[in-house]
Each structure stands twice: as structure tokens, then as C-alpha cells.
Design a protein around this ligand. Structure first.
Ligand SMILES: C[S@@+](CC[C@H](N)C(=O)[O-])C[C@H]1O[C@@H](n2cnc3c(N)ncnc32)[C@H](O)[C@@H]1O
Length: 547
């Protein structure tokens, strides 16, 4: 579908321009696909990614990238950009690299952050005949005036100065800084099937898509090709909305992120549900009464700007249990664990740190007030799972992955089944199962007598079935899973067992029963702690400190 047949630009008084559907779309339909106008690899992936087509070469065994080339090679002149073939190098040279190569070479081995490299590309395109691109860019929001008032504005000016100097453009500094602000407001991450951010892209058409915390569309990437895909049915004339934030966060944190990064107060259906709309409570906001376990939602319906985020909760509406530290204890609890706690642990390095965090999560779970499907568990697991994988503690990683798969992904933001992040989690599940099978399980996992081969098989089948609705037919991801994992399965099980598995349905094989055992193992892992009983709901600040 050509992008212009699929969407229409429309102006909304409260949010500027946006895109609306030019026809009806069913769930998972491709709205349009295109190669973004400008994209650059992320600094962490630069030496692994082809700067032209974004194909990824594997660098380590356990990252298990869906890689379709073995190797990318550095540009002989700058040694900063990498390519998978001479053709890709030539294409990128013609389109961008001939202008930036000298600059990057002069800066190497230092390379500016991705937004600056992206900005450089854009500034240096000025000499080309790209009138349509620059005209569309002109109309985009920069929020430069709001950014001017922020503490980090001097850093932006410095970055702008750098870009002006390196590019040799005669645009005034103000114009370059404004362009940088546009890049920051309108660029989007390029992700791989593992859902790692592997690059940054800027495309004036895609930039027009506005935000909702209850999105109806998602951006998916297959190498450097972007797909805008419906995740629910979208009617002709309906606005197409994606999410700009970590959409697993509760409402106050999402609002705060949107205010500080995108300068608007979100009033979407999840942030401002219409009164008596009959909408189901949003699980992202759930708390549970520690006494009667009834879920409750602590947020008042916001009324106008300067939103009041919390009700003054004093008692459970079901059992009337009075929370000792009301009224704002819930707000404090949440702010500390989400804003402070998780931000501080983003670079888990030592075993002690990870173990301490794990203990705190177990304590928090025991407190009984915060369901496991919401933050901070979701964010903490996102950090801890890769940590335990790099430590090759496969059994612990499997426990956390089990919770993620069974309890978090399903409910965390009422998202449809095949979201890219869910697929990334399934792939990680498969990888960790393979490692457990190969390198042995912990005693506790062994005691659960789980048929791990059965689980592995079922997951591969489910993963393969789930990829094409999101990534399209024959995507790099699908081919990778089909080829690689099925081969691995044959190696693991031997041809006889694999044949049996291919012929029978998952139900006949009893897959769900075995998967339930993984769920039970995961929950036991979380429930097992030697901490003291916490009898009343009293937020002991020490529980929530993560240093
Ligand atoms: C990527 S741009 C989207 C296109 C933008 N509306 C325009 O006209 O250029 C992001 C900016 O759009 C506005 N925006 C996006 N979603 C919004 C929403 N749900 N409510 C209000 N403003 C929104 C914000 O100003 C945000 O910084």
C-alpha cells in the first residue's frame, strides 16, 4: 500500500497535524510501509549493522540476532560506518555518506550521539534537491521555545554548534538548533526483533503520527523498512495513533514522560476515560487492597489542565480496610519505585545489586499491594532477565521469563496478542529454554519435572504462527525463526521425536500442561523469600531503596 493512498493529513486544534485512515483497516493490516527518509545506526550497534540496509551481523552467540549476513565491514575511509556489501556501501555513499565520511573520519574514534549524526545527515542534504523533504520538515513541531526554558538547552546549543561546524553549513545557529529540536520531537527508534533500539530514524510523514496510550497502530521494522501496522480495527477517517512512551507505565508516569519529552498533557482515552464509559479498569494502574485483595485504581479522572493524579485514598472501597498511611502513600510508593528505584538500577552490574533488587521485588510482591503485571515489576524484569542471561543463570532467567510471559505480557496494557515486544519475549523464552536444556537446570527447576522439550516445541510453533501478523510474510525474523529454531529442534530431539512433534497438535502433546508447570515454577520462585511478614500496609522506606 502506498503511504499516500492509506492516510490523509488532518489538523487537530489540540495537537496539530495528524494522520487519519483513508480507508478501513482490519487488526494487523499493514497501513503502509516505507524506507524512512533518514536513518542512522545506534552507537551501540554501529559495528554490527549495515548503515544502508540495517541488516544485522551476529556478534555474540547469546544475543541470538535474526541475522542474515555473517559480517559487516567498515568503510575504509572513516571506519565509522559499516556495510554488508559493496552495493549497500555504494547506495549509502551516493545518498549520504559521501558528504559525512570526511567529518566522521575527523571525529573518529569519537562519534557524536545518534541525534547529532542524524542532524548532520539532514543539514548536509540541504545542497541536494530535496525540496519536498525540507518543506514537510518545516511544518513539523520543534517545541524549541519550551526546550529553551529547560536546564539541558545549553547542551542542545552545543550539539547544534558542533553540527554547524562539522557540516560547514551557512544556516544560522538558531536554525540548526531548531532542526535538532525537530529531530528530537519527531525521530523514532529503529528496533530489531529482539526489540533492541538499533537505530534512529526521521521521516516527515511518520512524524505526523500523534500519540495515544491506547494506540491503534504500531511501527515495526524489518531491517530498514518501516511498517505502520494496525493493532486494532481502524475505521476510515479515524486518527492513527501510536505510543511514544513506555506503554507499560501507570498513567502518572506516562503523563510525566510525555510532558517532559513531548510537551503535552495527554488526554487520551486511557488518561482521561470518559465518565461512565464502561471501559474496563486499566491494569497498568491496578493496585490491590493488601487485606481483601480487591484491585482498585487510585487515580482520579483528571479534570482539565493541572491534572490531579491521585485520589486521596484512605480505605479500600470493598472491605473498608483503612490504609494506615493514607492519603498519599500510594502516590509516594509508586513514585519511588518507578521514578527512583528503576531509574537507578538501569545499569545493573554486580551480582549483589541484582540480588538485592530481586529481594526487594520479592518483598514488594509479598506486600500484596502491587500486582505483578504492572510497574515496577515489568520494568525491573526488563533489566533483570538480560542480566541473568549474561550471567548464564538460565534457571533464574527462565523463572522471570515465565512471569513475564504468563502474567505481564497478557494484561499489562490491554494490548493485542502479537505486539512486537511480546514476540521478542517469546523469542527470548525459546533461547533460554534451549540453554536450560543444553546446560542443565537448577535443582529446583529439575524438581518440577517439566518436559522442557515439549515447551520448547510449542513455543517455536506459537512464535512462528505469531510473527507474520506483525512482521508480514517472509520477514527476516520469520525466516530466521523458521530456519534456525526448527534445525535446533531437530538437533535437540533427534529426528524421531521431532517427527512425532510435527504430526501432533500442541494439545495432543500436552503442551499447555507442561507450560502450566513453568508458570508454577516461576510463581514459586517469586513467592520464595525468607523475609519477615509485613503485617500492616506501612511503607518502610528501606524496602524501596535500591542503591
Ligand atoms: C511527532 S509530533 C506529531 C505531529 C505533530 N502533531 C505535528 O503537527 O507536527 C509530536 C508532537 O505532536 C503533539 N502531540 C502528539 N500527540 C499528541 C496528543 N495525543 N495530544 C496532544 N499533542 C500531541 C505534541 O506536541 C508532540 O510533541
Amino acid at each position: 500500500m502506498r503511504s499516500l493512498d492509506a492516510v490523509i493529513k488532518e489538523y487537530f486544534p489540540d495537537r496539530g497535524n495528524g494522520l487519519v485512515a483513508a480507508k478501513d483497516f482490519t487488526a494487523y493490516a499493514e497501513i503502509f510501509k516505507k524506507t524512512p527518509d533518514v536513518s542512522v545506526p545506534d552507537s551501540g550497534f554501529r559495528s554490527q549493522i549495515c548503515a544502508n540496509c540495517f541488516v544485522i551481523a551476529p556478534n555474540t552467540e547469546d544475543r541470538v540476532q535474526p541475522a542474515s549476513v555473517q559480517k559487516v565491514s567498515a568503510c575504509g575511509k572513516c571506519r565509522v560506518s559499516y556495510y554488508c556489501s559493496q552495493l549497500c556501501q555504494l547506495q549509502d555513499w551516493k545518498a549520504y555518506h559521501k558528504r559525512e565520511c570526511k567529518v566522521l573520519a575527523s571525529l573518529a574514534p569519537q562519534v557524536p550521539p545518534s541525534p547529532v549524526v542524524l542532524l548532520l545527515r539532514i543539514v548536509m542534504m540541504q545542497g541536494d534537491k530535496r525540496d519536498k523533504f525540507f518543506k514537510s520538515m518545516e511544518e513539523l513541531m520543534s517545541h524549541v521555545e519550551e526546550r529553551r526554558k529547560m536546564d539541558d538547552f545549553p547542551t542542545l546549543v552545543l550539539m547544534g554548534k558542533g553540527a554547524k561546524e562539522y557540516s560547514g553549513t551557512d544556516l544560522p545557529l538558531d536554525a540548526v538548533v531548531e532542526m535538532l529540536c525537530k529531530v528530537m520531537t519527531n525521530s523514532a527508534s529503529v528496533t530489531n526483533p529482539n526489540y533492541d533500539t538499533v537505530g534512529l530514524m526521521f521521516d516527515p510523514l511518520v512524524s505526523l503520527i500523534n500519540h495515544s496510550c491506547e494506540p491503534n497502530a504500531v511501527l515495526v521494522f524489518d531491517k530498514n523498512v518501516l511498517f505502520l501496522r494496525a493493532i486494532r480495527p481502524i475505521k476510515k477517517g479515524e486518527e492513527i495513533l501510536i505510543t511514544y512512551t513506555d506503554n507499560t507505565m501507570p498513567m502518572p508516569q506516562r503523563k510525566q514522560q510525555l510532558r517532559t519529552r513531548y510537551f503535552f498533557d495527554c488526554q487520551c482515552t486511557a488518561c482521561r476515560p470518559p465518565v461512565d464509559s464502561g471501559l474496563k479498569p486499566d491494569p497498568r494502574n491496578d493496585f490491590t487492597c493488601p487485606k481483601c485483595c480487591t484491585p482498585f485504581q487510585p487515580y482520579s479522572t483528571p479534570s482539565g489542565p493541572g491534572v490531579q493524579l491521585y485520589n486521596n485514598i484512605s480505605a479500600c472501597s470493598s472491605c473498608r480496610y483503612r490504609f494506615p498511611d493514607a492519603p498519599n502513600v500510594v502516590a509516594n510508593l509508586e513514585d519511588r519505585i518507578v521514578s527512583t528505584g528503576i531509574a537507578d538500577i538501569s545499569g545493573i552490574e554486580s551480582d549483589a545489586m541484582a540480588n538485592k533488587l530481586m529481594t526487594k521485588l520479592k518483598q514488594l510482591h509479598k506486600l500484596g499491594m502491587i500486582p505483578i503485571h504492572r510497574s515496577p515489576f515489568v520494568e525491573a524484569f526488563a533489566y533483570l532477565i538480560p542480566y541473568y542471561m549474561t550471567q548464564q543463570d538460565w534457571s533464574t532467567a527462565l523463572a522471570l521469563i515465565g512471569i513475564e510471559y504468563f502474567l505481564q505480557d497478557q494484561v499489562r496494557s490491554r494490548q493485542p496478542e502479537f505486539m512486537p515486544v511480546r514476540l521478542a519475549h517469546m523469542m527470548r523464552f525459546v533461547v533460554v529454554l534451549l540453554y536450560v536444556i543444553n546446560f542443565g537446570a537448577s535443582r529446583r527447576l529439575e524438581q518440577c519435572s517439566i518436559d522442557l522439550h515439549e515447551c520448547l516445541w510449542g513455543l517455536v510453533v506459537e512464535l512462528e504462527r505469531s510473527i507474520s501478523p506483525m512482521y508480514g510474510k517472509n520477514s527476516t525474523f520469520e525466516i530466521h525463526v523458521r530456519d534456525k529454531y526448527k534445525n535446533v529442534m531437530l538437533m535437540q530431539m533427534g529426528p524421531d521425536l521431532a517427527r512425532v512433534h510435527t504430526r501432533r497438535t500442541l494439545e495432543q502433546l500436552g503442551w499447555h500442561k507442561e507450560m502450566d508447570k513453568i508458570k508454577a515454577y516461576a510463581m514459586n520462585f517469586l513467592n520464595d523469600s525468607d523475609i519477615m511478614e509485613i503485617e500492616t500496609f506501612h511503607v518502610n522506606s528501606d524496602i524501596l531503596d535500591v542503591d
